[in-house]
Design a binder for this molecule. Structure first.
Ligand SMILES: C=CC1=C(C)c2cc3[nH]c(cc4nc(cc5[nH]c(cc1n2)c(C)c5CCC(=O)O)C(CCC(=O)O)=C4C)c(C)c3C=C
Ligand SMILES: [Fe+2]
Ligand SMILES: [Fe+2]
Length: 336
């Protein structure tokens, strides 16, 4: 039997302050997410971020919540079930979250009892970052370190470059292009502090946070910023976009340290000033719509764009529970 473990970031159990606080505490106490010494992280998260952010974030989660709960979770469950059907009974497909539920420790305990021949672990992040895929690997290795019988293990570090990923977004965009003309295509990715990339660069000569990310090479292929720029180029190529009509930016910064640039909010204001009034936005760092796509890109950036003088803003939906995404994962399993 082959086990397939899909792991996404996680989401609160409910859109109330207590659940959001619990989620933020677990998430932000991860040393790969807020990479400062433990005592400072403990004070920052428990004394400032979680208490002040939880009530505000809970209100936003209430806007996002649907009858089935948080989209990140229910789309994950749909994909798990469809992938299971598609792979058949020689495989067992499970979904876990790095933070909160379905809990990674309980899911791995269940899988240990299955005496698997092979375990394929797919963190659901298209581009590699230490804060996401790196953290999933660290936790999985920690939890599996007590297993007496280790199966063959396969880990998927990133998949933005695999055939089918860029074409999905290009195909989805066609529907909106048929309804409207756009004068710019903006690709917005979740940001990370620049320090995360500097710390991951053991050769100390790859990322300078500038034009070095404009090409993927043997040296920078593990750089999150370079992978995001490459994702944009691959989707733009599929769509046949001309140079100058599309761009990459980074959203959701937290705190005062420099995060990956250009920042999405500043980019939007500059684009409007340059006369770009009809924008089609993409969020290809996420495989399911969530707070960061639906609310931040779909609503908050739309508002910012319109306040600055923009006329038409449209977000392209994520992979969610689409058959194309399930079939992409099936291919990924077969290749792993
Ligand atoms: C130091 C802070 C953060 C880093 C680094 C970070 C990296 C990172 N995150 C995602 C994906 C998601 N993040 C989501 C929410 C979210 N992220 C942070 C902080 C950091 N993320 C916070 C505080 C929150 C909570 C939301 C809030 O309170 O405003 C989500 C959404 C989850 C949902 O329930 O909808 C996702 C997904 C990636 C891919 C990434 C690095 C590449
Ligand atoms: Fe995040
Ligand atoms: Fe770079």
């Amino acid at each position: 039997m082959v086990g397939v473990l899909l792991v996404n970031l996680g989401t609160p159990d409910a859109p109330d302050t207590a659940s959001v606080r619990r989620y933020l505490r677990e998430f932000l106490m991860d040393g790969r997410v807020i990479d400062i010494p433990y005592p400072f992280r403990f004070m920052l998260v428990n004394g400032i971020i979680a208490p002040f952010r939880a009530p505000k974030s809970a209100k936003i989660y209430q806007q996002l919540w649907e009858e089935r709960g948080s989209p990140l979770k229910f789309y994950g469950e749909d994909v798990r079930d469809e992938l299971q059907k598609s792979l058949g009974n020689e495989y067992v497909v499970k979904l876990a979250m790095r933070y909160q539920n379905p809990n990674l420790a309980s899911v791995l305990k269940e899988m240990e009892k299955m005496q698997l021949d092979k375990l394929i672990i797919i963190p659901l992040f298209p581009q590699y970052a230490s804060a996401t895929t790196g953290s999933v690997y660290e936790r999985v290795m920690e939890l599996m370190s007590s297993w007496q019988v280790m199966p063959n293990i396969s880990l998927v570090s990133y998949f933005y470059q695999k055939p089918g990923f860029a074409s999905y977004f290009a195909e989805k965009a066609k529907k909106y292009q048929a309804e409207h003309e756009f004068d710019y295509y903006l690709f917005s990715y979740h940001g990370i502090p620049e320090r995360h990339i500097r710390n991951g660069d053991i050769t100390k000569n790859t990322c300078a946070f500038g034009s070095c990310c404009e090409q993927i090479t043997e040296k920078n292929h593990g750089c999150y910023r370079a992978q995001c720029f490459e994702t944009t180029r691959l989707i733009a190529k599929e769509m046949g976009l001309k140079e100058g009509t599309f761009g990459t930016a980074f959203q959701s910064r937290l705190g005062r340290d420099p995060w990956l640039q250009p920042y999405t909010d500043e980019t939007i204001k500059s684009l409007v000033k340059e006369g770009k009034k009809k924008i089609l936005a993409f969020s290809p760092a996420f495989v399911a719509d969530c707070l960061e796509t639906t609310i931040e890109v779909g609503e908050e950036y739309k508002e910012l764009f319109e306040e600055a003088g923009g006329e038409h803003w449209q977000l392209v939906e994520s992979l969610n529970n689409s058959p194309e995404w399930v079939s992409f994962l099936k291919d990924l399993v077969h290749q792993s």
